[in-house]
Design a protein around this ligand. Sequence first.
Ligand code: ASP
Length: 302
Amino acid sequence: MYAIAIHGGAGAVPRASLSPERELQYRAGLEAALDGGYAVLERGGSSLDAVTAAVRLLEDDPAFNAGRGAALTREGAAELDAAIMDGREQRAGAVAAVRHVKNPVELARRVMEKSRHVLLVGPGAEEFALEEGIALMPNLYFRTPERISQLEHEQRGERVSDLVPPGKGTVGAVARDRDGNLAAATSTGGMTNKRPGRVGDSPIIGAGTYAKNGVCAVSATGHGEYFIRAVAAHHVCAAVEYRGLTLELAMRELLDDILRGLGGDGGLIGVDRDGHVVMQFSTEGMYRGARDSSGRSEIAIY
Ligand code: ASP
């Protein structure tokens, strides 16, 4: 069975605060990304290409907190993090705190495929992007009026939480292709009003992103500091591999016991070795979608 799942962030998404128009907009964005990723699998493409395609589409959609429309630092700039992992040989690539890369997931993949490294940050990552002919943009491109106003609200103290504002989260994708290869990718602008230089869990292999063939592929969203401390995505895969837990039980343990014990919350999407997709969260909602070759197809928020 081949399958793909995507998320567009987890958080407090009070139904009342989401207008029908906005909900439609989010659903359309998720649908487009799911279609894009699934089409790759359907025509026999790799899970790596499928997660790259899905995350790229979500990065380009200003409704989500990744690429264009990213959450802004306290100085009003977009600083982007992304990672990708290939479950075949556990190769991985990631970038953090980049300010000009149009599609950070693309650069993360290039780091994996074309460099000797796993994680490149800031100016060094952007120098590599230039060498690789990756599309660069002025920082203005990423800053939408909505994100600017969210930052202003936050700075006026109108939001006490330091989580990304409701339902405006990180994006990610996991997939299993026809050959049984697993892959995961995650991309984010992080949290609103963050300090410049802050790096979340998304580009940290094992925290926000992880994939291992024969086990599972996982992408996380939520309060990154907690996901890093819990080594969340790796914890889930290790529980499946070494303790024989189902992916669902492993995710519930991570969210309900470990993360909650630390004081954090969020969500996870994953696909297991057989192509079974699991999507779990401990927040009010998580923008998410899944599709597989057995006919499952869903988009959901709550
Ligand atoms: N995990 C992301 C971060 O902390 C934020 C999110 O998922 O909304 O950077």
